[in-house]
Design a protein around this ligand. Structure first.
Ligand code: ADP
Ligand code: MG
Length: 232
């Protein structure tokens, strides 16, 4: 069973009189534990594709299923549960809430998990600390976002996406604003989470050097998805 299956996905945006085809007839099987990179020019449909996989945007046509359940059959409560419990999002523009500390920002996504399933608060604190240590920012746990550099805020947002033990990380240029060394450290962290926790990664990147390090390489071109040869 595929973890995620996309069958003939098309997304059309109506812009005034015109229909803009952002994603065209994309089919893709993602297996649990895959590490996929997606490259492609700006405007080629990468973000739209990720947001459909994440249940944020509804396709115009085609089917998306997660572990054999059709996203369109989940209903709005089911979809929020899916987004909250199964998916970790790293958005293109990492946004932390400025009036919450780093730790509170990490705990925020856990608030949306239903009470009986929420882990004890102390365990969540431990998890937040452990993730911050992994991204090298444990010493900033009580800082406010405004006291951090852009790159540090980005790393906090990266840590936050793992808080609910996601099965799949959808990452939209997650390291674009980091220096080369920190970027590689984050990729190494992703690889470790992929290997040890079995978390699936679908990562959009502009960095072909990073894409080369991934197991499956895809390219979006004008809304269509192409497979790139590995190790190119
Ligand atoms: N909400 C929207 N409404 C209208 N057009 C959109 C919307 N989101 C994206 N688009 C258009 O769809 C195309 C693909 O965008 P996007 O998925 O953001 O590409 P990428 O992430 O590869 O830069 C672009 O032409 C963009 O302008
Ligand atoms: Mg984008």
């Amino acid at each position: 069973m595929s973890q995620i299956k996309l069958q003939n996905i098309t997304k059309t945006y109506q812009v005034g009189e015109d229909a803009l085809v952002a994603v065209q007839d994309v089919s893709l099987d993602i297996q649990s534990g895959d590490f996929i990179s997606i490259v492609g020019h700006s405007g080629s449909g990468k973000t739209t594709l990720l947001s459909m996989i994440g249940g944020i945007t509804t396709p115009t046509s085609g089917r998306i299923s997660f572990e054999d359940t059709d996203l369109s059959a989940m209903g709005s409560d089911g979809l929020s549960e899916y987004r909250c419990r199964k998916i970790g999002f790293m958005f293109q523009f990492a946004s932390l809430l400025p009036m919450l500390t780093v730790k509170e920002n990490l705990l925020l996504p856990t608030m949306f998990v239903p009470e009986p399933e929420r882990t004890y608060a102390s365990k969540l604190d431990d998890k937040a600390a452990e993730l911050l240590r992994s991204v090298g920012l444990l010493d900033k746990i009580n800082a406010f976002p405004g006291q951090l550099s852009g790159g540090q805020q980005r790393r906090v947002a990266i840590a936050r996406s793992f808080m609910n033990n996601p099965k799949l990380i959808l990452a939209d240029e997650p390291t674009g604003d980091l220096d080369e060394k920190t970027e590689q450290e984050m990729i190494n962290f992703f690889k470790a989470m992929n290997r040890t926790e079995g978390i699936t990664f679908v990562m959009v990147t502009h960095n072909s050097e990073l894409a080369r390090q991934t197991q499956r390489r895809l390219k979006m071109h004008q809304g269509s998805l192409q497979t790139l040869p590995s190790g190119e």
